[in-house]
Each structure stands twice: as structure tokens, then as C-alpha cells.
Design a protein around this ligand. Sequence first.
Ligand SMILES: [Fe+2]
Length: 138
Amino acid sequence: MAIIWSAALETGHRQIDLQHQELVVLINELTDALEAGREFEALDDVLPRLSSYVLFHFGTEEMLMPGLPAGNTHAAAHCQAHRNFTDRVKALQESAAAGEKLEVGPLADFLKNWLTNHIMNTDRELVALLAHQSPTPR
Ligand SMILES: [Fe+2]
């Protein structure tokens, strides 16, 4: 099932939200292709585009981090979460290139769950901290 963009996924930061919408489109495109058995298209076309866009987007967020309040520990944990995800995507590309069989369902669930959890927790916290407010849970 596709990720449906909704207000619950908004952080309130226009640039970040627009980039998240593009990530949702790419993850939906990838998981749709995988779930429909179009594995070659998913891995040869969509995955490299997702991988590049993820790097661009993480870079955008990380460039905002010098605006965080001094002494805040958010940036280190947030950057580590980004590195863990990019490592996972890189490993996925390597196993696809090696012709390994993918577990389509768990992979699709991982991508969808990672993005929605990251947006709703870590990215919302970043935006709240940039505004020097405490994050409000939804
Ligand atoms: Fe992030």
C-alpha cells in the first residue's frame, strides 16, 4: 500500500515538506514496482533515483543544522539516522547488482515505515528546534 501524503507528515518547513513529498512519490514508485513484480524497473531505474534524491534531501536538512540552539544533541543523532539509512540503501543497491533475490514485502515495509517515522519524529523535532520551540507530538 502506498504512503498517502497528509497533514500528519508535514513538518511546517516548506522546503523540507516539498522534498519529503518527492521522497514519498519515489518510495511509492519503488514499492509499487516491486509489489507488481517489476523488479528490474524498481532496481535499475527507481532505486538509483531514490538513492540520489535521498542524499540531496539529507544534505538540505544537514545544512540547516548550524541553526540549531547551541549545545543541542539533535544534530549528531539525526545525522547518524541519515547515515544508517543511506548505508541500508547502498547495501540494497549492492545486493541488487549482485543479483540477489529480494524480500519484496519486508523491503517495501522498511522503506515506508522508515520514512514516515523519520519525518514524524526526527524531522519534526529538527524543525521545531530550528524555530526554538519544543516539539509538539501529534
Ligand atoms: Fe531527516
